[in-house]
Unconditional design. Structure first.
Length: 165
């Protein structure tokens, strides 16, 4: 019987560097990279204009991907998901996904300050002007109030990264 792949996912405030680190880790681990932003913009072009839209369409996306991800993991291939795991509820979805097929997981927690996140968001607006409407300080604070740091009591294998500015 072939060993299952490992699911790697991320926890970090908006602007913490989840997308950047997911790309680096996927290349390092020779893993399949799945990006929520890419899936959402492809499936729902121009339909996500605020945080409520994001929540609605993100919730619709996960059931579509669940068996796909499990099938990839079942081949022994690692999967890196650039999807947020910033609340207990979001992390429970990832844990359920791997526990159903007895696969391993790793949660990468990018633990950086609000100030650094805001600096990185400002830089991202310059590099990706199409994100300027969503990548704002107001949205950062709106989203951050839902953030819950992960705990091993959730049954998580946590790798904590303190990313320096």
């Amino acid at each position: 019987m072939r060993a299952q792949g490992t699911l790697i996912f991320f926890c970090g405030k908006m602007g913490a560097g989840k997308s950047t680190h997911s790309k680096l880790l996927a290349a390092e681990k020779d893993a399949v990279l799945l990006s929520e932003d890419e899936w959402l913009s492809s499936l729902y072009p121009g339909q996500i204009t605020n945080f409520d839209d994001y929540l609605k369409y993100s919730a619709q996306l996960k059931p579509l991907l669940k068996s796909h991800i499990q099938n990839i993991l079942s081949t022994g291939t690692n999967v890196v998901m650039d999807f947020p795991a910033n609340t207990r509820n979001q992390r429970r979805w990832f844990l359920d996904l791997v526990s159903e097929i007895d696969a391993k997981h790793e949660l990468v927690h990018l633990d950086i300050s609000n100030e650094q996140c805001l600096r990185q968001i400002a830089q991202r607006r310059l590099q990706h002007p199409e994100r300027a409407l969503f990548d704002t300080e107001i949205v950062f604070h709106q989203v951050t109030r839902y953030f819950e740091a992960p705990s091993e009591s959730e049954g998580l294998n946590i790798v904590k990264l303190n990313v320096a500015p």
